[in-house]
Design a protein around this ligand. Structure first.
Ligand code: NOJ
Length: 534
């Protein structure tokens, strides 16, 4: 099972992911090689040198499978092929081989909760009679009330509106926790598991190093599909969770993770990380038990406000949730479903300073870190006009929730004007702001004070400096509004000043600061973090 290009990747490093920095490539927005305004696999391949220079260890590629793109690839019509918008299988193979040559592992998305409504299974289900095997791969039910005119239960879709759609002709209803074009699969049906196993082996055989599992707390549904105790509103950031919500975290989901893990265990050095949004730490812990996921995405840090108590609580919860399990905690402050950190933390210069500070907090913590493309450039969210919005959340919420397009703007590479080297066409799939010339990779690469330089230095230190050994976090006394922790072992100290006034520094040699330190008085300004070696 060894791959030809393993020699570039320390083949004996089975658990390479335990401390890896993953870089999420939102393919549509990363780099467009064929000039159609949408990023593609060849575009990613062309920028591998940049990713190596940045200093990340692995990529997470968002879905590039065949898809009508209603949810930009999270509606998969063929999970074992590449959508022509993004390239083809040969391009994918070249990308994996080249990434490995650059010392980068490649992980890809897996979408097991639902398919596209254009998937051949669903197409067959729609034309088949109720009760037949074609419908048994999805969750079809008769409606309630006279003539079945009401949905089978009161579940709402995460994207807004009911989670059920009725087939035309007074037929049955089918369940979709997301858009109607994303019917949920019936995981009680062994055909569904068998097909996922085929998909896993298909990509593992092509050399991928692992998977990010979409809606890893979904898939299994509780027997009888009981009503929700209350109506949960539209959840634009997809972060809402509730222990009493029967739509997610059903016990049966753990059998599915054990099945996936068994397959992965046949291949050396592969990893699965689940997108897990559950009620509490105890529920989270169940996903990373031995024999289940290697890693779980913990969104606590991403959800934390920019204040010391909130950040500290997020770190503590994330650590508690994996205590006693084989998994390290994972850290992220951003992804393609969430307002970008610069904007979330206040926008403008303050938001940028805080995002830079939080990047140092994130990267100081022991365990894998996930970066979202563009955060290394300090990109903010972009306010888009109504008519360009594409996220299904916008339509499904009756135009009350703007959705996630604002964090998915294409990346600016070269100075000049839009599209800043992202594409050969100015007609990019989402418009790029006219004032991003100073935020491009080119503009930031040689500027030692840029956010890109901060990330590069941070990643280099994290990789090479002995201070970053040690997997335990100890809290350090800190002034009100501030926090400081130490990694026991290597002696790295990370201090964050989220108060409104400058504070003194903990003892030690400064390794890196997220902004300029003050030469006189208390050196650590507000909205700044620093790394020290004790
Ligand atoms: C979570 C993904 O991150 C999000 O982008 C997608 O819309 C939903 N799952 C549905 O697949």
């Amino acid at each position: 099972m060894r791959r030809a290009d393993d020699r570039h990747l320390a083949p004996d490093d089975e658990a390479w992911w335990r401390n890896a920095v993953f870089y999420q490539v939102y393919i549509r927005s990363f780099a467009d090689a064929n000039g159609d305004g949408v990023g593609d696999l060849e575009g990613v391949r062309g920028r591998l040198g940049y990713l190596e220079l940045l200093g990340v260890d692995a990529l997470w590629l968002t879905p590039f499978f065949r898809s009508p793109m209603v949810d930009h690839g999270y509606d998969v019509s063929d999970p074992r092929d590449v959508d022509p918008l993004f390239g083809d299988l040969e391009t994918f193979d070249r990308l994996v081989a080249d990434a490995h040559r650059h010392g980068l592992r490649v992980t890809i998305d897996l979408v097991p909760n639902h398919t596209s409504d254009r998937h051949e299974w669903f197409q067959a289900a729609v034309t088949a009679a109720p009760g037949g095997p074609e419908r048994a791969r999805y969750l079809f039910r008769d409606g309630r009330s006279f003539g079945g005119s009401q949905p089978p239960n009161n579940w709402t879709s995460v994207f807004g509106g009911p989670a059920w759609t009725r087939l035309p002709g007074a037929d049955q209803w089918y369940l979709h926790l997301f858009a109607p074009e994303q019917p949920d699969l019936n995981w009680e049906n062994p055909e569904v598991a068998a097909d996922l196993e085929r998909t896993l082996r298909f990509w593992l055989g092509r050399g991928v190093d692992g998977f990010r599992i979409d809606v890893a707390h979904g898939m299994a549904k509780p027997a009888g599909l009981p009503d929700m105790p209350h109506q949960v509103g539209v959840c634009p950031s997809l972060l809402e969770r509730d222990g009493a919500d029967p739509r997610f975290d059903a016990d049966g989901v753990h059998d599915i993770h054990r099945m996936i893990r068994k397959v992965l265990d046949e291949y050396p050095a592969r990893v699965a990380i689940g997108e897990i949004r559950v009620a509490d730490d105890a529920a989270f812990a169940r996903y990373v038990r031995p024999g289940e996921l290697h890693l779980g995405f913990n969104f606590r840090l991403l959800e934390a406000d920019f204040n010391a108590d909130s950040v500290r609580a997020a770190i503590e919860h994330s650590l508690v949730a994996v205590q006693g399990s084989p998994a390290p905690a994972t850290w992220t402050i951003s992804n393609h479903d969430t307002v970008r950190p610069v904007t979330r933390y206040g926008g403008g210069e303050v938001g940028l300073a805080r995002a830079r500070a939080m990047a140092l907090v994130q990267l100081a913590l022991p365990g894998p870190a996930y970066l979202y493309n563009g955060d290394e450039l300090g990109l903010p969210n972009v306010e888009l006009p109504d008519w360009v919005l594409q996220d299904p959340v916008w339509k499904r919420s009756g135009h009350t929730e703007r959705g996630r397009d604002g964090c998915r703007i294409p990346l600016p590479w070269e100075s000049g004007t839009s599209p800043y080297g992202f594409s050969a066409t100015p007609g990019t799939w989402l418009p790029m702001p006219g004032d991003w010339a100073g935020r491009t990779v080119e503009a930031q690469l040689e500027d030692p004070s840029s956010t890109l330089s901060l990330y590069r230095q941070a990643l280099e230190l994290r990789q090479r400096h002995t201070a970053f050994t040690g997997t335990e976090v100890e809290w350090y006394g800190a002034p009100p509004g501030c926090l400081a922790f130490r990694r026991r072992g290597g002696g790295l100290v990370c201090a964050l000043n989220a108060s409104g006034a400058p504070v003194s520094l903990p003892a030690g040699q400064v390794l890196l600061a997220s902004g300029p330190l003050r030469p006189i008085g208390d050196p650590l300004p507000p909205d700044t973090a620093v790394w020290l070696k004790e």
